[in-house]
Design a protein around this ligand. Structure first.
Ligand code: NAP
Length: 244
């Protein structure tokens, strides 16, 4: 199929929360958005909601933990669009927010890494050939300020007391992926960055966050639409660069 001229973005875990809002913000810029979701009903509902607002959105089945769906997603995008301009690795889980590092269940650690780290790498690798076909590929890994070892070691940091080992270290590992992949791609037009949405009210934290999804998604949208002279291999929140 001929490559479409409009930009195409895939947001994983876009049926709700920060992912849905990121898809909405990208769609307002005239970008075709693919609503990645592991549940067909929830994904289709989210895509329909955006379509009703007049946006170019469609559901794409994508379970981070199911590699078969990574392949079918690649085939679908290849056949329909011939390229992928923006990949937002947003889907993530936080299972140990109330657990101590000395007590965290090993199964929970593995499960968290399966989604927040290994799965993200698998999705990205599956879609890489299509991102390479974009004139200005952008990959945004939705990390967290909790993934920063520098911030975790700073007693003056506002979230210093928040130490769920599985979640925080999975985001540290995700940040490592950002640095390594950005280095590999440094001589291409593709930019890879980590984003920290900040403490945002979503299902992930029982809506305890104090930021709205609009505020949380804004840094992700910005990194997904960086100009050619924008940064790569970096880590941002809405205030600027974060320390690893
Ligand atoms: N909220 C915050 O304060 C905050 C702060 C920093 C970073 N983040 C990061 O922001 C991202 C979005 O989180 P959120 O706060 O918007 O949480 P959320 O409302 O719980 O949304 C998480 C999304 O990820 C999806 N997901 C989880 N596992 C998946 C899998 N195996 N395959 C496909 N989709 C999967 C969920 O799908 P289902 O509906 O099917 O479960 C949902 O769409 C996460 O990476 C999170 O770590 C959040």
């Amino acid at each position: 199929m001929a490559e479409q001229t409009k930009k195409v973005a895939l947001v994983t875990g876009a049926n709700k929360g920060i992912g849905y809002e990121t898809a909405r913000q990208l769609a307002t810029q005239g970008i075709t958005v693919l609503i990645g979701a592991r549940d067909e009903k929830r994904g289709k509902e989210a895509a329909t909601k955006l379509q009703r607002e007049g946006f170019d959105a469609q559901f794409l089945l994508l379970d981070i933990n199911d590699e078969a769906t990574h392949k079918t997603a690649r085939q679908f995008i290849e056949e329909k669009f011939g390229k992928l301009d923006i990949l937002v690795n947003n889907a993530g889980i936080a299972l140990d927010l109330d657990q101590k590092p000395s007590e965290v269940d090993a199964q929970m650690l593995r499960k968290t890494f399966d989604t927040n780290f290994f799965g993200v790498i698998s999705v990205t690798q599956a879609l890489m050939p299509l991102i390479r076909k974009s004139k200005a590929g952008r990959i945004v890994n939705v990390s967290s300020g909790l993934g920063s070892l520098t911030q975790n070691s700073d007693p003056n940091w506002s979230f210093y007391a928040v130490k769920p080992l599985a979640y925080n270290s999975s985001k540290t590992a995700l940040n490592a992926f950002t640095v390594m992949l950005a280095h590999e791609l440094k001589d291409t037009a593709i930019k890879v960055n980590s984003a920290d949405p900040g403490f945002t009210a979503t299902d992930l934290n029982g809506h305890r966050g104090y930021k709205t999804v609009e505020q949380g998604a804004s840094v992700i949208t910005q990194l997904a639409t960086l100009p050619a002279d924008g940064p790569t291999g970096s880590y941002f929140d809405d205030q600027g660069v974060l320390p690893w």
